[in-house]
Design a protein around this ligand. Sequence first.
Ligand code: ADE
Ligand code: ZN
Length: 349
Amino acid sequence: MVKLSYSSALVKSSIYDVIKDLPKAELHLHIEGTLEPELLFQIARRNQVSIPYQTVQELRLAYKFNNLQDFLDIYYAGASVLIHEQDFYDLTWAYLERAYQQNICHVEIFFDPQTHTDRGISFDVVINGITKALENAQKRWGITFHVFMCFLRHLDEISAIKTLETALPYRSKIIGVGLDSSENGHPPSKFERVFAKARQEGFLTVAHAGEEGPPNYIWQALDLLKVMRIDHGNRAMEDEVLLSTLAKRQVPLTMCPLSNMKLNVIRQLTDHPLKKMLDKGILVTVNSDDPAYFGGYLNENYQVIAKALNLSVAQIGILAKNSFQASVMGADQKEQYFKQVDRIISQYP
Ligand code: ADE
Ligand code: ZN
C-alpha cells in the first residue's frame, strides 16, 4: 500500500516534469487576454485611465464568469487601458517572458484590432508594439512567432471589411485572420465574404467555433471560411460525422482547458473532451486562450488536463508534437521539434 502511493507520487511528478521540459508551441492566445491585473493598474495609472476597481485583489475577485459574454465584458474593459505603442509592447513582452520560462519555443498569437481602433487607437500603434516585442523575444530567446488578427464577430461585416483594408499595409506582419468574441447568434456565415477577401489577399484563416456555438458553426468555419484550424471545437463531440471529418482531414483543434472551465463550457475538467478526441486521432492541441483571466498559462493548462484525464507521458508528448504540427512553421523546423520531443519523452518511464 505504502509502495503504491509512493510510486504514484513519482509518476505524478514525472508528468509535471515532462510538461516543463518539453518544447511547446502556443497557437491560441489572445494577447489582450494576457493583461495581468498588476500591469493593467500600472498602465491605467500612467495613461490616467480610470477603472472601476481600487485594487488588484478587487479586480481579481471580479474574474468570476458564468459564460463567455461575462468574460468578454471584463476583457474589453481591461483592454481599454492600452493606448500607446509602449503599452502593447509591455503587454506582449510580459507574456513572452512567461512563454520563455515555460519552454514555449513558438507562438502564434491573436490580437483584436477593432477593440482598439474603435476607441481611436491607430492600427499601427497596436501592431508595432506587439511586433517589436515579438522580434526582441526572437532575438533574445529564439522564440519564433506569427500574428493573426481576429475579427470581432459581434460587430458587423462592414466593420470586418474595413479592418481587413486597414491591415493590408501591414500584411508582412500578419499571417492570417481569425474570428472571435460572442459566438452564439454570430455564425461564421456572417463573415464568409470578408474571409474570402482575406484569402485572396494571401492571409491564412482560423476561427473560433464550437466553444459555445453548435457543431454547425464548426462545419461553417470549415466549408465557408476554409479555416486551417478550429479554435476550441469542443462541441464537435455532438456530431460523429464532424469528428471523423476532423480526424480524416487532420484539422487541428486548439483547445483551452482552463478557459473552458472558467467559462462553463464544461462542468468539470474530467468532462473535457480532449482525451476522447485524441483517441479518435484528432489533432488536438493545448493552449491558454486568456491566461491572465483564467488562472494559468500554457504549462498549467497541460498540468490540469493531464491530471484530470490521467494522460500518459506518451500522450503529453503527442500533444507537444501536435502543437508544432498544427503550427504554420516550416516542415524542417517541425521535424527538429519532433525529434526533441521524442528525445525528452524517452527519458521518462
Ligand atoms: N476573445 C478572447 N477570448 C475569447 C474566447 N475564449 N472566445 C471567444 N472570443 C474570445
Ligand atoms: Zn480564444
